[in-house]
Write a protein that binds this ligand. Structure first.
Ligand code: MV4
Length: 456
């Protein structure tokens, strides 16, 4: 087992990794940027080291600075958390060269799955259900028109280097395709430095359902069921749950088995998430693989009782998974609300000092946060300040627990999205489990009234 792990991240996920390390008896190293000096991850790590100024490119995204911090402190592994360098095949490679264990899949697997066209091909070969689409990147407008015609409209153009919706264009009719193709390429080039795009059949109001997997270095791969993440806005998830109301035990077993087999086929190790779109008939279609621990991993932890971060560490250290698929059980229902420091109606960030911070616990409640009274929410980073996770015997009980927790939350000094979450939790469609990726459109900010003409 590792003696010392460096956590290449900040905020609640850095703390979450520290919890796992402390429980496993592993020393920790926190890295931090100048404005994060008094953060909880710095306070609770055994050692801490400043890696630069606020700008992420000069600190949390800077590979040489992170590797230097690991070498100076003698860390034998790096946990990247989520975001930042968590899906960087480059960091994983540099770690390998420096004899530091990267807690994640092998760099070649990160690279394969990070290329969405290659991931599509690999998953199709492994027998994962797919929407009709191009077999790789599309080089020309003519080729794009030909492929779209074969697939049938509407189609969607996606960036090979994408994820998170950038470089994506929906095309309803052939005349719209040339412009969409060019702008998608241009946007992808600007965002990722790689302009390659591919084409898929467009599904209109799907659910977003993802499967959690764990794979060790001895060929054991298993799944931890699904999470439904359809409630999102601008590709930022707001609320996640497990199990999905749309997945039966039988479908979970079938899809979970299929996903575990596909992960095995690409020699997937560590924790990973296989994302799918689900249509109204309950058909699944592969979207992409996230090769990191995800923000919403706690909902899976609550229903399975498995500590995913501890498993990541054990797997990276070469240990075998200590349980079989048949020993993974799903109990009750869990929900997660991501609380952001934002205006709940306009979503404008609301950084500042939190003067009072109290989130009540209680049966079935878990709070993952690095925020506290008198802490500063910095404008430089993501606006998520806390995750509230509620577990109950069934969906109704987890909803009731989540509601009463959010009603009793006290966060003063900044605006938060708690009022929005309370609206969602009382929404008849949400309560009935009628979800799709369009769910949040009804909560979009109202367009401003046209300004009145000025009078002299
Ligand atoms: C799609 C789709 C419909 N059809 N692909 C959005 C982010 C990127 N990872 C893929 N995305 C989508 N791909 C096909 N063929 C709809 C989306 C999509 C979406 C997916 C999941 C959650 C929220 C979403 C919001 C808008 C679009």
């Amino acid at each position: 087992m590792f003696k010392k792990i460096l956590i290449a991240n900040r905020g609640e996920i850095a703390l979450r990794v520290i919890f796992a390390c402390r429980e496993l008896g592993i020393k920790t190293v926190a890295v931090f940027s100048e404005p994060d000096e008094s953060s909880l991850h710095v306070l609770f790590a055994d050692e801490h080291i400043c890696i630069g100024p606020a700008r992420s490119a000069d600190s949390y995204l800077n590979v040489p600075r992170i590797i230097s911090a690991a070498e100076i402190t003698g860390a034998d592994a790096i946990h990247p958390g989520y975001g930042f360098l968590s899906e960087s095949a480059y960091l994983a490679e540099v770690c390998e060269a420096c004899h530091i264990r990267f807690i994640g899949p092998d760099p070649s697997v990160i690279r394969l799955l990070g290329d969405k066209a290659k991931a599509r091909r690999a998953m199709k070969k492994a027998g994962v259900p797919m929407l009709p689409g191009s077999d790789g990147p599309i080089e020309s407008e003519e080729k794009a028109l030909k492929t779209a015609k074969e697939i049938g409209y509407p189609v969607i153009i996606k960036a090979v280097a994408g994820g998170g919706g950038r470089g994506m264009r929906i095309v309803k009719t052939p005349p719209d395709l040339p412009h969409a193709f060019k702008t998608a390429q241009r946007e992808a080039e600007a965002a990722f430095g790689v302009g390659d795009v591919y084409i898929e059949k467009y599904l209109d109001s799907p659910r977003h359902i993802e499967f959690q997997v764990l794979g060790d270095h001895h060929g054991n791969v298993l799944h931890l069921g699904e999470r439904e993440c359809s409630i999102q806005r601008r590709h930022q998830k707001l609320l996640e749950e497990s199990p999905s109301v749309a997945v039966t035990d039988k479908v979970r077993r079938r899809m979970g088995g299929l996903v575990a087999d596909a992960a095995r086929a690409v020699q997937y190790t560590n924790a990973g998430t296989f994302e799918f779109l689900m249509d109204e008939k309950g058909n699944f279609f592969f979207m992409e693989v996230n090769t990191r621990v995800q923000v919403e991993h706690p909902v899976t932890e609550m229903v399975t009782g498995i500590d995913i971060v501890k498993e990541q560490i054990r797997i990276a250290a070469g240990e075998r998974l200590s349980f079989k698929q048949s020993e993974v059980t799903f109990t009750g229902h869990a929900l997660e609300c991501r609380i952001n420091a934002e205006d709940p109606e306009t979503f404008v960030p609301s950084p500042g000092v939190i003067h009072a911070f109290s989130l009540p616990g209680g049966p079935g409640i878990r709070i993952d946060t690095a925020a506290h009274s008198e802490c500063t929410i910095s404008p430089y980073y993501d606006s998520m300040i806390a995750k509230v996770i509620a577990h109950g015997r069934d969906r109704q009980e987890s909803i009731a627990r989540m509601k009463r927790t959010l009603e009793m939350a006290v966060i003063q000094g900044i605006r938060t999205t708690i009022p929005l979450h309370l609206k969602i939790l009382s929404d008849p469609d949400f309560i009935a489990g009628r979800l799709s990726t369009h769910f949040m459109e009804r909560y979009q900010p109202k367009p401003k009234a046209a300004p009145l003409a000025e009078t002299a």
